[in-house]
Design a protein around this ligand. Structure first.
Ligand code: BV8
Ligand code: ZN
Length: 245
């Protein structure tokens, strides 16, 4: 199976990668819907995690949101793993590699990929809800010890909101258009480390018109996908071995 996959990737000129939280578990960041995922494990907050990471909840209880966010969703020490690095390597070797990710950790950027569509935003961008001033991650990490753990804007004292797409919020139109266009142009689509449970993101893979669809996931996905090759296993190890890293 891996040999066949290796040949397909070698021949491919435009690889499209569509990934989710499972891509970063080998970097030490937990996913959401696995048995050990954030949505399955108990937390001390008294709310379901899906409720906490929603638009309505953020504005109703920003203090609880930020306690949860800092405790579980920010992993400043995480480094790209072999999956992130394999994609960057293939791009360096001359292929077009479009990376469409539902992750907010910025690890594809850090690995050196040049064409990354962050469908659900990024922990590295943060904006004041009042005046729009932008802040980086170190600022909000430093600010979290002040007033109720909520980071505030130093210019207007408005609340800062991470530029991540919470449940009930629309995805950025430009990012959607870029991602869908890239998917529709690719000759190979690799889907990996995602349950394909969250919409509209999961629906975008339907725009693929190319040759081979490859699925690499630890567990069965919740959303249906017809794959030419399906491999059950850890994506970092699999992609790394194919890329020879
Ligand atoms: C919107 C915050 C409209 C950021 C997240 C019913 C039907 C269709 C849609 C809906 C519906 N009811 C409600 C909706 C809408 C809702 C939705 O999809 N809900 C679902 C869950 C039912 N969607 C929204 O609200 C979206 N917005 O619709 O807006 C709108 C329009 C106009 C105006 C206003 C509003 C917004 C969705 C944003 C969600 N944001 N979190 C963050 O923290 O990241 S959710 C969260 O899910 C993350 O973002 C995550 O990226 C995303 C997807 O999950 P996955 O990445 O797939 O992760 P998961 O844990 O599920 O799976 C991991 C997989 O990897 C597992 O299968 C595991 O086996 C595998 N794995 C693990 N390790 C490895 C591995 N595989 C290989 N190797 C490994 N090492
Ligand atoms: Zn401000």
């Amino acid at each position: 199976m891996r040999e066949r996959l290796k040949k397909i990737i070698e021949k491919s000129q435009h690889l499209v990668f569509f990934g989710g939280a499972g891509v970063s578990t080998e970097s030490g960041i937990p996913d959401f819907r696995s048995e050990e995922g954030l949505y399955k494990t108990r937390n001390q907050f008294g709310y379901r995690p899906e409720e906490i990471v929603s638009h309505e909840f953020f504005f109703a209880h920003p203090d609880v949101f930020y306690r949860y966010y800092f405790a579980f969703m920010i992993h400043p020490q995480a480094k790209p793993n072999a999956c992130h690095r394999a994609l960057a390597k293939w791009e360096q070797e001359g292929k077009r590699v479009s990376v469409i990710t539902q992750n907010i950790d910025g690890l594809h950027d850090m690995a050196g990929s040049g064409e990354v569509y962050e469908l659900h935003g990024s922990i590295h961008r943060n904006n004041c809800v009042k005046c729009g001033k932008t802040y980086d991650l170190p600022y909000i990490l430093d600010e979290k010890n002040t007033e109720k753990n909520i980071p505030y804007c130093h210019r207007c004292h408005g609340m800062i909101k991470p530029e991540v797409v919470l449940f009930g919020e629309p995805l950025d139109q430009e990012v959607i258009e870029g991602a869908v266009s890239a998917i529709s142009q690719g000759d190979t689509l690799i889907i990996g480390g995602t349950s394909l449970a969250v919409y509209p993101a999961a629906g975008y893979v339907g725009a693929f018109r190319g040759g081979n669809v490859i699925l690499i996931n630890k567990e069965k996905t919740l959303g249906e996908v017809e794959a030419d090759i399906s491999i059950q296993g850890p994506i970092g190890e699999i992609m790394g071995s194919i890329a020879g890293i």
